[in-house]
Design a protein around this ligand. Structure first.
Ligand code: SF4
Ligand code: SF4
Length: 372
């Protein structure tokens, strides 16, 4: 089965700790239905609790042969080469797996690739593979197909890449899913897919797109179309999905267990849906939150964008004002942005965050001029 269980957004209780009871149930359901692949990262969760939860829910409850684990080193969370390498040992001790099946350089893009290379992390991963502590070397990637080509040519030790692939981004000139996929295919590496449902956005793509998908198949969920699009690609080894409710888990399993690739007619439906999404001009934020920790003004960027996107889809101005108000309650208003640019450097989607914040605030002001 091509479905992988992503541990970036695991279920949490209200006070913030991991909901282990639900996580165990999700893991059991996933494994009983043939799932084996789990994806986490050194930097996911709070104080490493994504990796330790994976240990408690999977490693301590299943034999080592029943699953494979992927985790990642994050150069952005290290002060130097030694600290970055130390992350590998920390992950290994948090996970208690003995070895890492798939080990990745996390979120490689123009802004950080020099660090990964200057700190000799490709060489380090090669060494660990020779020692038997890593089984497959790879990297997750958020940049141009040309850069991907260059990296794969210079690092033939790469066994796999993790790419953002979904039908909304397939031909998007910012993300270039299609060209990145073709580049990886050219080098014969395995492809793991991240963001197949675009941070959940394709599970609820708004009334127009939902109608297109429901007219084609009234039984299928919108998320199932997105998963099938990614999993229908031949070179794709695993499609990651962050499942934090049993409903999501069951829906994903129903699609992926006895997998049926998209037919020609279904591809045409997807193209229509992608066109409708493009016309919507929504902000392509996946809610990953990589932009927020360093914001000196503490602006809740993804929540501000979610409020704007919902307005673009449903045109409900009162709801927009309410959601925007909730978004900025814990931090600053979008108008407080000092344009320092740290968020844009951190954003894997290469979004013009400063401009979008301005647009969101201006839209609200235009809708409620009396409250300016
Ligand atoms: S540019 Fe604005 S939103 Fe981005 S980090 Fe700086 S202050 Fe925050
Ligand atoms: S703006 Fe970019 S970095 Fe921030 S949550 Fe959205 S996609 Fe992630």
């Amino acid at each position: 089965m091509k479905l992988g269980f992503g541990f970036m957004r695991i279920p949490r209780l209200e006070e913030g700790s991991v909901n282990m009871e639900l996580l165990n149930e999700l893991v059991d359901c996933f494994m009983q239905n043939g799932g084996t692949y789990f994806d986490t990262a050194y930097s996911y969760g709070k104080d490493g609790d994504s990796e330790t939860s994976l240990r408690d829910a999977v490693v301590k409850r299943y034999p080592r042969s029943a699953y494979t684990v992927a985790t990642k080193v994050n150069a952005g969370k290290a002060a130097g080469e030694e600290q970055a390498k130390e992350q590998f040992y920390t992950s290994l001790s948090r996970l208690e797996t003995g070895w890492i099946d798939y080990y990745l350089l996390h979120g490689v893009q123009i802004a950080n690739v020099k660090r990964y290379e200057d700190w000799h992390l490709f060489e380090f991963l090669k060494e660990k593979k020779e020692e038997g502590l890593i089984r497959n070397i790879g990297f997750s990637f958020h940049s141009s197909p040309e850069m991907l080509d260059d990296l794969l040519r210079r690092h033939p030790e790469t066994d796999f890449v993790q790419l953002q692939i979904n039908y909304a981004d397939w031909n998007d000139p910012n993300i270039n899913s299609k060209k990145c996929y073709e580049t990886a295919e050219k080098y014969g590496v395995k492809i793991m897919v991240m963001e197949p449902v675009k941070g959940g956005g394709l599970a609820d793509p708004g009334p127009r797109v939902t109608k297109i998908l429901k007219d084609a198949d009234s039984e299928a969920s919108c998320a199932s179309w997105a998963l099938r699009f990614a999993a229908s690609l031949d070179r794709v080894h695993t499609v990651l999905s962050g499942m934090n409710t049993m409903e999501q888990m069951k829906d994903n399993l129903s699609v992926m267990k006895d997998f049926r690739p998209l037919s020609e007619a279904e591809y045409r439906v997807i193209e229509k849906a992608a066109d409708a999404l493009r016309e919507e001009n929504s902000i392509a934020c996946t809610g990953c939150r990589y932009c927020t920790p360093g914001c000196p003004m503490n602006i809740s960027i993804p929540e501000v964008f979610a409020s704007m996107n919902e307005y673009l889809r449903y045109h409900d101005r009162l709801k927009f004002r309410r959601n925007y108000g909730i978004a900025v309650r814990k931090g600053s208003d979008a108008s407080q942005c000092i344009q320092c640019g740290q968020c844009e450097n951190a954003c894997p989607q290469h979004l013009s965050i400063i401009q979008y914040l301005r647009d969101t605030r201006n839209t609200l002001d235009e809708l409620f001029p009396e409250e300016k």
